[in-house]
Design a protein around this ligand. Structure first.
Ligand SMILES: C[S@@+](CC[C@H](N)C(=O)[O-])C[C@H]1O[C@@H](n2cnc3c(N)ncnc32)[C@H](O)[C@@H]1O
Length: 237
């Protein structure tokens, strides 16, 4: 039985984000696949697919091994790549997308442990690799250092932390979404329900500095052509 989402530092928007992703689980992959409200016309959709391919190849080239934790794994779009590289555990605060991730892995003949878990919870073990997809852009600017310090505590010495996240581009989201104001964005579902989420478009240079402040080494933060930022770094030995 999944534990309810009980953040250690409650913030109303954090609760709302989890409710949003729980309700969006069935339609979440429409974003990746440019279906329905996420289709932005042939030219934009092709640019998206090209960037998605680049991000996929980038993640596949990361040297994950051993035990890997994926926080805020959602529907597990990236999980098969990680599960092929090591012994994966997928975590998310919402059981609904996590169930989709588990099914995706099963369909691909892959296995992973899964747990409903707040990404802000203190690690309960150390791993060789940590991954987050589109989670960092949901972190309040005031808490970025706190999260990177937590990411460090997840890792064994020498461990790898990599992430994929969003760059601001008007063709990234749904047709009926406006850009965030003061890092808060209104999101809609297909049935018209709306939710507030925090969405922060961190500059690659700001992420690089924050990773350095946290003590990571071998830091690389690069971008795809338009839509994604790709980061990797290691905990020192
Ligand atoms: C943008 S989705 C990313 C999903 C997946 N990582 C991906 O790359 O497609 C953000 C995910 O964060 C989860 N989430 C939101 N708040 C969370 C929290 N406090 N702890 C853990 N997961 C959380 C949501 O349930 C959702 O699945």
């Amino acid at each position: 039985m999944a534990k309810p989402y009980e953040p250690e530092k409650p913030d109303p928007i954090d609760f709302e984000m989890v409710r949003y992703y729980a309700a969006r689980a069935d339609e979440y992959d429409d974003w990746y696949l440019r279906r329905g409200r996420y289709s932005r016309g042939a030219i934009q959709d092709e640019a998206w697919r090209s960037d998605l391919q680049a991000a996929t190849e980038w993640l596949g080239s990361q040297t994950y091994r051993g035990r890997i934790a994926e926080l805020a794994a959602g529907t597990g779009w990236w999980s098969p790549i990680l599960a092929r590289a090591g012994q994966l555990t997928i975590y998310d605060a919402a059981p609904e997308p996590l169930a989709k991730a588990a099914a995706r892995l099963t369909d691909a003949g892959l296995a992973a442990d899964q747990e409903v878990r707040d990404a802000w919870s203190e690690p309960n073990r150390a791993v060789d690799g940590l991954f987050t997809g589109f989670w960092i852009s949901h972190i309040d600017r005031a808490r970025l250092d706190e999260f990177f310090a937590l990411a460090m505590r997840w890792l064994h010495p020498g461990g790898l932390f990599a992430f994929i996240d969003s760059r601001q581009d008007s063709a990234s989201g749904a047709r009926d979404h406006q850009p965030p104001t003061d890092d808060v964005q209104i999101r809609h579902l297909n049935d018209g329900a709306s939710f507030q989420v925090r969405k922060v478009f961190y500059e690659p240079g700001d992420l690089e500095f924050a990773l350095r402040r946290a003590g990571f080494i071998e830091i690389s933060v690069v971008t795809t052509e338009r839509f994604f930022v790709l980061g990797s770094c290691r905990r020192p030995e």
